[in-house]
Design a protein around this ligand. Structure first.
Ligand SMILES: N[C@@H](CCC(=O)N[C@@H](CS)C(=O)NCC(=O)O)C(=O)O
Length: 97
C-alpha cells in the first residue's frame, strides 16, 4: 500500500507538494489529475477529495487534502465516499461519519 499523490503540475500548490516529496525521498505514485480536462470532477477523484481540489493524497483508505473553509487553512482527512462538509470532515474522525 503506497502513497498516491493526486496532482496537476500546472498548479503551484501541487508543485510544492511534488517538490517536497521528491526532495525528501518520500516514495509515491503520481496520479495526474488534469484540471483543464475536468478530471477533478470524475467520480473516482471525488472519492479521494469530495471538495475536488488538488493537491490530495491517498494511502490505503486514508485520504488527505487541504480544506478551503474559513477562517484559516487546515488539512482535512476524509474517508472514501465521504460527502460531509469540510468543517465536519475536519472535526470528526472517520468512524463517526
Ligand atoms: N488550498 C490549496 C489549493 C487548493 C486549490 O484551490 N487547488 C486548485 C488548483 S491550484 C484546484 O484544485 N482547483 C480546481 C477547482 O477549484 O475546480 C492551497 O492554497 O494550497
Amino acid at each position: 500500500m503506497g502513497l498516491e499523490l493526486f496532482l496537476d503540475l500546472l498548479s503551484q500548490p501541487c508543485r510544492t507538494v511534488y517538490i517536497f516529496t521528491r526532495r525528501n525521498g518520500i516514495p509515491f505514485q503520481l496520479r495526474t489529475v488534469e484540471l483543464l480536462k475536468g478530471q477533478h470532477y470524475t467520480e473516482s477523484f471525488g472519492q479521494v477529495n469530495p471538495l475536488r481540489k488538488v493537491p490530495a493524497l491517498k494511502g490505503g483508505d486514508f485520504t488527505l487534502a487541504e480544506r478551503t473553509c474559513k477562517p484559516e487553512p487546515r488539512w482535512m482527512s476524509t474517508c472514501p465516499g465521504s460527502t460531509q462538509p469540510c468543517r465536519v470532515a475536519a472535526a470528526e474522525p472517520c468512524d463517526r461519519r
